[in-house]
Write a protein that binds this ligand. Structure first.
Ligand code: FES
Length: 191
């Protein structure tokens, strides 16, 4: 091999090496951003067996998953909580009623405190500024003379479905866990 050809070849290799060193962080940044934005499939969690939910009494379930900070992945952390409300659907023509489940984010749409269940009144109550919601998640309008409901919108309803486990044949509740901006009248997905 001639000296000039060899030099060309070596400088080409060095150029390619430098480009890959510079490019790798960029590629990993893009991949990380894609992974963080996630798909709906990533956010679906199997949270409870249908038979374990009482009718008309909300049950809180944790949403567990991996949390990433700048350097570390923390597996199995509690990312949030969801309230499940089971109710019987309307039975038609004497057929057996099938249960339906609604899932609400437990994060208050006002300023983000954790919404609790007020067992005495069987409704939802946010202890921070006393926003009140019905079991359907709708804001309860304050009676005349009492404090105005501070929440700008109803509790955030999450996508929820019933699935039958292929192995056990048990019916499970699956929820698509998402977070929404607080303080807005409309439900806007957090970036
Ligand atoms: S954060 Fe819930 S009422 Fe203010």
């Amino acid at each position: 091999m001639r000296r000039r050809t060899l030099l060309k070849w070596v400088s080409g290799c060095l150029g390619a090496l430098c480009a890959s060193v510079v490019g790798i962080p960029g590629v990993s940044f893009v991949l990380q951003a894609l992974r963080k934005s996630g798909s709906d499939v990533d956010r679906v969690r199997r949270v409870a067996r249908l038979k374990d939910l009482p009718i008309g009494k909300p049950v809180a379930v944790p949403i567990v998953g991996a949390r990433e900070d700048a350097w570390t992945v923390h597996p199995d952390e509690v990312l949030g909580r969801v309230w499940l409300v089971k109710r019987p659907s309307d039975a038609k023509d004497g057929a057996e009623p099938t249960a339906q489940v609604a899932a609400f984010s437990a994060t208050c749409p006002h300023l983000g405190c954790a919404v609790q269940h007020d067992a005495k009144e069987n409704r939802f109550l946010c202890p921070c500024h006393r926003a009140i919601f019905g079991l359907d998640g709708e804001r309860v309008v304050a009676k005349k003379g009492s404090q105005k409901n501070p929440s700008p919108r109803a509790m955030d309803l999450l996508d929820c479905r019933l699935v039958t486990d292929k192995t056990t044949q048990e019916v499970w509740v699956e929820v698509t866990f998402q977070k929404f901006e607080q303080g807005l009248t409309k439900k806007v997905l957090k970036a």
